[in-house]
Design a protein around this ligand. Structure first.
Ligand SMILES: Nc1nc2c(c(=O)[nH]1)N[C@H]1C(S)=C(S)[C@@H](COP(=O)(O)OP(=O)(O)OC[C@H]3O[C@@H](n4cnc5c(N)ncnc54)[C@H](O)[C@@H]3O)O[C@H]1N2
Ligand code: MOO
Length: 417
């Protein structure tokens, strides 16, 4: 049996980062989570013009040095005013935050330090030259590197990309994933079930895991216990997807579709990993598209995705491969179900940050999975997990949500309205 790190390594060696593509920054929502392959340089400077940092009055500092003073107000300059204006010595303009400073003005007195007048204004405090003024290029200069190569794009990068005149960025594309459930017993969700049939929950679950982890799902399909049908379906999907994830049909039964399809073929290998759940695994490549064959038990599939598939897909996406883990202390011990195999235990977090097992270790227990808040790694040589033991934990982060949602312009109201 392979160890968990040995199988992870095998998968990582077999996949390569996807070829970079240029993506328009106008599609900012689509960029979230993608990784830049090149430095991104500003085209325009930021700010683009001298402007006010405060609502107040644009003045020459010299004219208010003997404050309190009263100055005539030449007019109003709102944000967005495109006129080229001048300030005559001994006068002022009422100006709003972000509005262009008139030529000749060198500072802004915020409105709170005045009587707020609109024809004449009494200014009660002196200001230094440059007070409350934002200068062109003080934030970003043309040609300046605003994003390093290898940046994983997030909301914080959107403003500078859109404002600094950048047209497009080169990124690794989001891996496109096809999901295939195998087995004659499966029926699509919502179907009436006959005795012996079960709902295909792995397909939608694996699709949800993929989307939640920042990948695109291009197909969710089902095939029965037929080797030829499985071969045909997977070969078809290999052209449309960057990776295929199957569930079921990899263990020792008489009708295992993945085995029937590929056992005599060099394209897929069937291995056992010293992990519980998730012992039987298959991996291979169809026309260069990696195929991850996960075991059918729902929790086995779930765990296998996070432990084996997600790191490989992250490598394809150019992201750091390792899952983020935290070290947590065990609040209440338990007995690992399969000593000698790394147990990937479903756990709950107590309010004090300590953990306990969520439900039993069985790999069919979907109810227990639903109550879990993370997965804890119990080393294979640990026969008993004792209170106080410290384990590595992958926390589930439902707050992170999907990353491929387009940003919608809601200003036009509902579609077809
Ligand atoms: N003789 C042996 N039997 C089994 C072994 C073994 O080593 N020797 N390993 C066991 C382990 S461990 C696992 S895990 C499972 C893996 O089995 P398969 O990958 O072949 O999966 P199936 O047999 O197709 O299904 C297993 C189980 O999961 C249910 N299932 C499958 N697909 C779905 C789906 N899309 N949605 C919901 N549920 C699904 C299926 O109905 C079965 O109950 O093998 C053990 N057996
Ligand atoms: O590997 Mo199986 O997932 O132990 O039930």
């Amino acid at each position: 049996m392979l160890t968990v790190p040995a199988y992870q390594e095998r998968l990582l060696e077999a996949v390569a980062p996807l070829t970079p593509v240029a993506v328009s920054v106008l599609d900012a929502g689509q960029l979230l989570g993608l990784v830049t392959t090149d430095e991104v340089r500003a085209v325009a400077m930021l700010p683009g013009f001298t402007n006010s940092a405060m609502d107040g009055y644009a003045v020459r500092a010299a004219d208010v040095s003997d404050a309190p003073v009263t100055l005539p107000v030449s007019g109003d300059i709102a944000a967005g005013d495109t006129r080229r204006l001048r300030l005559e010595p001994g006068t002022c303009w009422r100006i709003m935050t972000g509005a262009p400073l008139p030529d000749g003005a060198d500072s802004v007195v915020q409105v709170e330090l005045t009587d707020g007048g609109t024809t004449d204004v009494r200014i009660d405090a002196r200001v230094e030259s440059g007070a409350s003024v934002r200068y062109p290029g003080e934030d970003v200069q043309p040609g300046q590197v605003v994003l390093a190569a290898g940046t994983q794009l997030a909301a914080q990068h959107v403003p500078v990309l859109l404002s600094a005149g950048v047209q497009s960025v080169r990124v690794r594309p989001r891996p496109r994933v096809a999901v295939v459930s195998t087995g004659d017993e499966l029926r699509p969700a919502g179907s009436e079930l006959e005795h012996g049939q079960v709902t295909d929950s792995n397909g939608p679950m694996l699709a949800a895991l993929a989307v939640q982890a920042g990948f695109d799902v291009v197909a969710v399909q089902h095939v029965g216990d037929s080797g030829p049908s499985t071969r045909a379906m997977l070969h078809g999907l290999a052209d449309a997807a960057d990776a295929i994830i199957t569930s079921g049909g990899v263990s020792a039964g008489a009708f295992e579709p993945l085995r029937l399809a590929f056992e005599d073929d060099q394209s897929l290998e069937f291995v056992k990993v010293a992990m519980q759940p998730g012992k039987p695994q298959a991996f291979g490549s169809l026309g260069g598209t990696p195929v991850f064959g996960l075991p059918g038990n729902p929790v086995s599939s779930f765990v296998s995705f996070l432990v084996f598939v997600a790191p490989a897909l992250r490598k394809m996406a150019g992201r750091p491969v390792d899952a983020r883990t935290v070290r947590c202390e065990v609040a209440r011990g338990w007995q690992p179900a399969a000593p000698g195999r790394t147990q990937v235990a479903r756990i709950r977090m107590r309010p004090d940050g300590r953990i306990e097992q969520a439900g039993g270790p069985g790999s069919h227990l979907m109810g227990g999975l639903a109550t879990a808040e993370g997965l804890a790694f119990v080393p294979a040589d640990l026969r008993v997990v004792r209170e106080g033991e410290v384990l590595e934990v992958i926390e589930f982060h439902p707050d992170e949500g999907p990353r491929s949602q387009a940003l919608v312009d809601t200003s036009r109201g509902p579609r077809n309205a």
